[in-house]
Design a protein around this ligand. Sequence first.
Ligand code: NAP
Ligand code: MG
Length: 495
Amino acid sequence: MTIIDTETVAPSTLVVDGAQLIDGEWVPSHSGRTIDVANPANGEVIARIPRSDAEDVEQAVQAGERAFPAWRDMNATARGRLLFRWADLIEQHSAALDSLESQEVGRPSWGPPPMAGQLRFIAGQTDKVQGVSLPTYSPDVVGYTLREPFGVVGGVIPWNAPGPMFITEVGAAIAAGNTIVMKPAEDAPLTPLALAKLSLEAGIPAGVINVVTGYGAEAGAAIPAHPRIRRMGFTGSPQTGRAIMEACSRNLTPLHLELGGKSPQVVFPDADLDVAAAAIATGVTLNTGQICAAGTRVIVDRSIHAEVVDKLADAMTKVTVGPWHQKVQMGPLINGKQHERVCGFIDIGKEQGATLVTGGGRPSGTDFDGGWFVEPTLFDNVTPDMRIAQEEIFGPVLSVIPVDGEAEAIEVANGVDYGLVASVWTRDVGTAVRMTRALQAGQVGVNNALGAGVIGGPFGGYKNSGFGRTMGADAVLEWTQVKTVSMREAPLPRF
Ligand code: NAP
Ligand code: MG
């Protein structure tokens, strides 16, 4: 392996241009090929990353295998302490990490990044991975379960929130004693690389976390296809999720999938409509709507329909748009493909007869011309069968669907293939109780738009939004396998 000179750094001292982190070293791809990483606000190239393939993944798997025995056997409290130290370094570098993620994703600053807190929550679980003692048929036998790591595991993550995605997947996998090979999205690989570098500074041994960069079809596909990857975690689109699951099926590799969403926002007449409209508009424009949890369908009782549309239109037009380094609320979309997709869905909405209330265009002017900008867009009179009501757009496009009463609201809310997040806006406890039970989603919020405000809530989907749960108190257990042990003092007498 060629090792790259760490003096060549850009655009942050936390990453090395043209290099990825395998076995604790900054290395190029074996082919020497690279991919440009661009700032989505103006198309400027901010860094290059290796364009890796199966051969680089093989190097990373071997590094993971070498690191595994010592990492698995380290006392769990000591392993946890290294994760806490990693969290401290992430906190110390939070401004640099925030700026790096802003540059590659194109989002304005959200304030302090959540990664240090997420990692501390996981680190606290490291020495709480416990088995159970089992009842036995006779007193000279003891039985218990051990929770053991799988070995070298794999992860593939998308570009929309690369830092938090990386921490959630990697933190839980290594806390359980696994070593990991991660493939970030080619659009936003820099924050994951920077986080991996900080893990080395924290004392997490070389080879425990390996980051292989490149395209999904090359580096990404090689991870689940690798026969010695013992478990997979994937976050991304349902289409890619299917491809990953197919690859895993060939090796009988267990996995979890965190896929897309089409989250409903059900608004009842007794809700605080000002609060609801403001939160819904913020929720669908945060990260330019590129959030799996984003509440993109407003299902509203016909009696308050016009009032809610007015309030939403007002809130959506007030969202400020611009490059990430300006004090704006919404940046550009990530790339040209995504821009084409979102604009395509806006055309489909119009063609299928939805009423365009606000937005729908591309902002123009010198701040916008080089970037992938789109206006916050509100459609009214959307029917549940329209494509904009069924398919994930992954952009700042909100659809209002009027309904008559609670039963129809539930039917429409659940009438999509997805089931990631759902919100209910009401002041009535009875409505809240019935709706939280009726909605088919992995997370339900009452009077909040993105399921915020909870520490350690398990996160994952119903239906086509995937399976498995990350982030909760047993996230680390998902990365373990159970061994039942029975032990007796002497062999059974022969009969
Ligand atoms: P994507 O196209 O599925 O890509 C996700 C990752 O998979 C990227 O790293 C991509 O690599 C890689 N990939 C693509 N094809 C692959 C293949 N054949 N084998 C292995 N890896 C492959 O998704 P995206 O457009 O980046 O992200 C948006 C999607 O992610 C949305 O559907 C969104 O809802 C979902 N998401 C879900 C959650 C959740 O927690 N449920 C969170 C965030 C996002 P390259 O891009 O580098 O080619
Ligand atoms: Mg991509």
